[in-house]
Design a protein around this ligand. Sequence first.
Ligand code: CA
Length: 536
Amino acid sequence: MRFLKAIQILTVGLLLVQSAHGESTPPNIVIFLADDMGAGDTSAYQDWAGNSDQQQLHTPAMEELARRGIRFTSAHAPHSRCTTTRYALLTGRYCWRTSLKHWVLFGNHGDPLINRQRITLPEFLQDAGYVTGMVGKWHLGLTYRRADGSLAQGFDDADLRQPLADAPIDHGFDFFYGISRSHGTSGPGGLKRLNTPQQSTGPGWIKGRQVVGATAAGKELVAGSYNYWEVGNVVDREAHAFLRRAVAGDKPFFLYFASPANHGPYTPSKTISGIPVAGASRYKNGTPTESNRQDFVYQNDVHVSRLLHYLKTTSDPRRPKHSLIDNTLFIFTSDNGAEKNNKQFTGPLRSNKGSTYEGGHRIPFIASWPAGGVGDGDAATPGKTQTTLLGLNDLYATLAEIIEKPLPPVTGVGRGAEDSISQLSALKGDATFQRSAALFPNDHQQASKKLSDERAWVAVRSNTTPLAGQWKLFLDHRYAFKQEIHPQELYNLAVDPLEQKNLLQDPQAKPALDYLIAQAIRAAGDDGFTRTVKTD
Ligand SMILES: [Ca+2]
């Protein structure tokens, strides 16, 4: 064992030497974020989910990515819903520290959730010389303008011909082509959402600051400019256009592909760049699924296959003789657990999207970066599986370590990444990596029968308690709102993965309980943070 350890240390040392001698260049980065997709929704996790070939959706591109790289079986969305996870992914900070303690931003306006003074992940990468692009679903709030150019109060008094006053390009993206929130509520044009001068559904496609389909007829968009069944085509087209422009330059690129699929309504495109999608999804045994929903999940696999194909077949202008894929960190993941509460989609977890039980926030997560030692890049051999804890809020610090740039401070103007801990060694396969702070997943549909603030539960999840196990403590909504500790449920996932036996009153579990409470006290508050900060 000691000999193996020595080899590991030597290997890490060699990588650093390579870096110091400039032989490696900052990697390109692709973060592909599926919507509402559980790990059971991809055949890359078939063995983990326990699905038979008759019930497992076949997602060959995701399987290929997993063979090239590494998949995590305990990766977590920081929250169990769309807006909150997207906030935490882009800021490295839990959304329960903001005014939005749970659930999502509603309506076509929604005051922008990301403060302008905050350094987002794409801004951080811009500062490091990256060209940054986003396609797809934003769902973090927009500010429109009225006809006279003044700031609109919301969608009702907005003039869609005026440029947006706050949009993704104000938060670090050089390029944005996407939609305000989920595709079914981002624009009119079908599914009984009529395109009229008074329509209140949404602006449809946004390019930079411009509403693509704006007309002089109030909120009425250009006929046909927004079509639910074409969202896959459009985001795919714009993602590849961004990549082609980026590769023509000399900067590394960061692409955030926030896929509208597979959030309802299920509207698979007929084809994407000639690849059939609608009607084309199959179970692993080859049987057509004949399911609109499965087709829409499969649409994500088609996107991934097209991105992989592009990266494999395009030369890297910064690294002659290599294709782009060698020095691209490609991450596939989802914004929350499976939409449906069904083990076929959630895998062996309790509950689903909208829950602080594992099914709400444990997600598929696959990463590949051959030049950086994240997987071997060989699609012919099995990939690695990693069981350590990871949160999507960790990507910020992980990328900071990769590009060797210090994180922003956790206080003052220009703060950022308060809850982000680098997972680089875990991505490289170190099975002993332990996340130094607990994870704090949030948003619990089981806490109230109706939508109410009582759903803002926060869990404290750690594998590093003084008591062996994988412990998870549930705190009710008063933690997020008032920093008060009111324990509700305690589970040891190592022996109780389905979160069935509440050990809160078990005296033997007290060391774990005390540890998790101490973690929660340290992490509490809107100005709190959980990453390690050097104070000297
Ligand atoms: Ca979602």
